[in-house]
Design a protein around this ligand. Sequence first.
Ligand code: SAH
Length: 295
Amino acid sequence: MKAKFGQLKQRRRFWESVLQGPVADHVLAGRDELAIKTLETLIEDTADNALQQGEVYLVGAGPGDPDLLTFKALRLMQQADVVFYDRLVSKEVLALVRKEAEMIYVGKQRAWHSKRQDEINLLLLEHAQAGKRVLRLKGGDPFIFGRGGEEIATLAEQKIPFQVVPGITAASGVACYSGIPLTHRDYSQSCVFVTGQLKEGELDLNWQALVQPRQTVVVYMGLAGLDILSQQLQKHGMRADMPAALVQQGTTDNQKVWVSSIAELPELAKKQQPVAPTLLIIGEVVELHNKLAWF
Ligand code: SAH
């Protein structure tokens, strides 16, 4: 092996492919001879440059509880050379990343700039071009309010191999852990995810679509815009006593759930001072929390 693959990195990658591929399958099935043959062919046929190619894994880390990671996420976390993560990824999840991996924080705040995003895109590209296996860990699902599409666009243009791994999005995780079914035959036939992130102090949402009956509305990044949300929804016809829940740090040991009505939301927030990440769920299904809360 040493004669064939000079670098430790190459050998490690080679053995990983062995342990995850047909050789391992043969061994586990008791086909030892076939396993040895396959391994020999693999050593012969694997070009060393094939083991030097970088790749990017854009991975959804779920809403916080590490048990909500997918097997695929965990597997890729275990083979990364370098990890880019932000503040939404819980420390319990980070603890499951391969110990030798270099960890780089690219934290985002609510008012982060697009320049910052360009920098992240570039960092991913550069590390992959250097032959590293780059793990981009994102809270929840990378394709739901996660800018995942932007982060891999440059990679696609530069023909860098990448994979995208879905994660449990906050709406789904938080709803389950707070006992609020997002749909329910008696209360809600549809569910809408929107971002409540302000642009220059404004919220540009399709209000008419959000006040439809028998619908659940989930607002991501809604804390700063709560007052506007509450006012606009009522102005566009939603009843003032429509139940609404704020769920802070859902699925974690610090989860907190506050239930009120859309009219009273701003006051509730003033009193309780929820901190990010907090998700807002609006709709009749919120009432079920009283009965179904389990976590
Ligand atoms: N890609 C992520 C969302 C990123 S936007 C996903 O799919 O979940 C960030 C927003 O997600 C936060 O402002 C908050 O509204 C919500 N969020 C993420 N994790 C959360 C959690 N554990 N509890 C409550 N809200 C959460």
